[in-house]
Design a protein around this ligand. Sequence first.
Ligand SMILES: [Zn+2]
Length: 463
Amino acid sequence: MIRLFDSVHGEVRDLDLRDPGRVSIYSCGPTVDNVPHIGHGRQTLVWDVVRRWLVFRGFDVHFVSNITDIDDKIIARASAESTSVPQVVAKYENEWWTAMTALGAAMPDDTPHATNYVSDMIELIVGLLERDDAYITSDGVYFDVTCVDDYGLLAGQPLDSLRAGARVETNEEKHSPLDFALWKLAKPGEPSWPAPFGDGRPGWHTECVVMSLDLLGDDFDLHTGGLDLKFPHHENERAQAVAAGRPFARHWAHHGWVMVGGEKMSSSLNNFTSLKDLLAKTDARAYRLLVLRSHYRSPIEVTPATTADAERALARLDSLARRFELAPLAGETLEVASDFRWAGIAQDLFDAVAEVLDDDMNTPLAVALLFDAVAAANTAADDGNDDEARTLANAVNALFSGLGLALNSHGGDVDVTSGQLVAQRDAARAAKDWSEADRLRDELVTLGWVVEDSARGTVIRRP
Ligand SMILES: [Zn+2]
């Protein structure tokens, strides 16, 4: 059984699944108005790791993460860059997927775009208006939060105390400062869609509730996002579903932020390091390891010191891979534990790691156990216990692959495909199949590698 901290209940709980063996997950994706920063990288890695671990444990996972491609910030960016909204969306969505792929994150099963769901959103809003759960003002349609008895469930506060703490509302037409826009009427020149209540665009909270229910169905298993999304974004998604009579997420989980000098890293604070800049000088696997070494709910600081420390730790893993000639695993394909042979000490390691990961994804403890196993494998090899050493090394490789981290025996930033070509070339050379070895060398050269032969086999590096 997998357990996760449930933000509604404030405690670690069993994941009580709608359909046994299957896990449906909706993870709030980006608004594509800027380049992704390392906080977005952490967000993607945290849920990539949770997804991979569930698959590794044998669950059939349906993972959905959206793209918000219409939003005030996108309109503002188009104006600032003197370009159009579709061009801003195309540019920054491309930046997003390029960075996330470089990070080694597997693509979601579905990546719904808000603008493809506008008619469904209008349908939802029409229903809410018919039931008097929403009202029309001169600038749009608003949701009346008093229509939901347990509004404040995710905030962890009842409506009265939320209201007392709310900002003073400047929009006098709103019934309550907590009421939120379902639909914003378009100003001249803004992108808009026709609707019975006036041409305009959907509110952000309406996008996610519609897309998650459409792709995952009522009563889906897990809704995730950053801590800052718990309230009001997730509260308001849920409020609409409740008002519409649609059972919503069974569980809610939220991740901590990347911090900069005590502040959350964010695009709006302009205190961010872009992922592209980080990955230009840091192995993406080191960043994954850095993320794994903190609990997903804790804040992390990404500094030159913590990054260098993660790179040193990664070097220990790669040196294990070199010593035991481990083939790199993990990539776009999600690994399944049953594909590996677990027995004896490998089984013991698997059980120990699974126990801490199944209990609210305690990745720091899991990584510590795996590094203990690395040390034990090296010691066993030093002592001539080759079988034990190799068994442990293979188990470490398989378990890290389950978390999306591919060990490589060639040093540097070698992708899985190139690593496999190197392994095939070494096998061809061992079999004295020189023409095949030459063919594989050419293939690596085509991929931009300098290929050299060394005592331990093929070595590749960037020119
Ligand atoms: Zn969302």
